[in-house]
Design a protein around this ligand. Structure first.
Ligand SMILES: [Zn+2]
Length: 151
């Protein structure tokens, strides 16, 4: 399947790594505890400027979603044309800390998406541009049994 394309991870700077793989990398305000994604150095809640890096994890629940059914305008850079474009899911994932993160979804089938369903962070290829395979983060429906059950 490999055809020697170089890979450009367009959102790699938004991710950290732990033993389980990729995690979203954000910030947490040292003064008021507010969370941010992506990372920032100023708090819009308390105007604090002491924020530390914070690993936001790789799990959440689907808070809202839709299916992008037509080619987005620039700067969308998948290299697709109107003819080759494939619809994709996009939604907000609510993380355990309460923060909601906008994300591409691996599923574009309305029959398989429901608000409140558990989701898991993955990295996906989404197109090609300028001779590079483009890669980003996305959320996929969590496979039953793969995540620790919480009661
Ligand atoms: Zn703050």
């Amino acid at each position: 399947m490999s055809d020697n394309l170089s890979v450009e991870h367009v959102t790699g700077h938004l991710l950290g790594r732990d033993g389980a793989g990729a995690v979203l990398l954000g910030s947490r305000c040292q003064s008021c505890g507010e969370y941010y994604f992506p990372k920032t150095d100023s708090c819009t809640r308390c105007c604090g400027t002491e924020l530390g890096d914070y690993a936001l994890g790789n799990e959440g629940v689907l808070w809202s979603w839709t299916v992008q059914g037509f080619l987005p305008k620039s700067p969308y850079n998948s290299g697709e044309s109107v003819e080759s474009f494939q619809p994709y899911g996009v939604g907000y994932i609510q993380l355990a800390c309460g923060l909601k993160v906008e994300s591409r979804l691996t599923c574009a089938d309305p029959q398989q998406l429901r608000i409140g369903m558990p989701m898991h962070l993955v990295e996906v290829d989404y197109g090609r541009n300028a001779g590079k395979q483009l890669r980003t983060f996305a959320f996929a429906p969590a496979v039953s049994g793969s995540a620790q059950e919480k009661q």
